[in-house]
Design a protein around this ligand. Structure first.
Ligand code: S3P
Length: 166
């Protein structure tokens, strides 16, 4: 199957962008990020899209952005944390090399994932993050061909672990 060499999935703040760029450099390939594709196409931030159009409208944009990137990109691709909520997207990931970058809530609290700039975490970040993970963990695990825990690891160490896992 053509498409990305590696697809990274996992919750916001887990380091998909940082690790994705390191991984792409190690593999001598290009990095692409569906959140960045959406921001570039819309000329607005993700937070603005959520506020102005609502989450369902964002999810529709995201679904299209993921399908396009899976068809066009042959390097490392990072998906937004909620992309796997869509059943068609999950089907499109079948048979591909998909790495789930995981972290626990304490690690999330130490990282940028739990700050109010993230639209889904604006009210009570820690509680909302736990709820998101309860709803999503099995979806990440379901699409993943490998799981790499990022807790207590530097981005470079995570990148090595991903390279070992794929
Ligand atoms: C979201 C994750 C974000 C972004 C949006 C919604 C989510 O992407 O797409 O804020 O539902 O988990 P990152 O995982 O790249 O931060």
């Amino acid at each position: 199957m053509s498409g990305p060499l590696v697809v990274l999935v996992g919750p916001m703040g887990v380091g998909k962008s940082t690790v994705g760029q390191l991984l792409a450099a190690r593999l001598g390939t290009a990095y692409r990020d569906t959140d960045e594709d959406i921001v570039a196409a819309q000329g607005r931030t993700i937070a603005d899209i959520f506020v102005e159009d609502g989450e369902p409208a964002f999810r529709a944009l995201e679904k299209d952005a993921v399908a396009r990137a899976l068809a066009e990109h042959d390097g490392v691709l990072a998906l937004g944390g909620g992309a796997i909520l869509d059943a068609d997207t999950r089907r499109l990931l079948a048979g591909r090399c998909v790495v789930y970058l995981s972290m626990d809530v304490e690690e999330a609290a130490r990282r940028t994932g739990l700050n109010a700039a993230r639209p889904l975490l604006a009210v009570n970040p820690r509680k909302q993050w736990r709820e998101l993970m309860e709803a999503r963990r099995h979806l990440y695990e379901g699409v993943a061909t490998a799981v790499v825990a990022t807790d207590d690891r530097t981005p470079e160490e995570v990148t090595e672990a991903v390279l070992d896992a794929v």
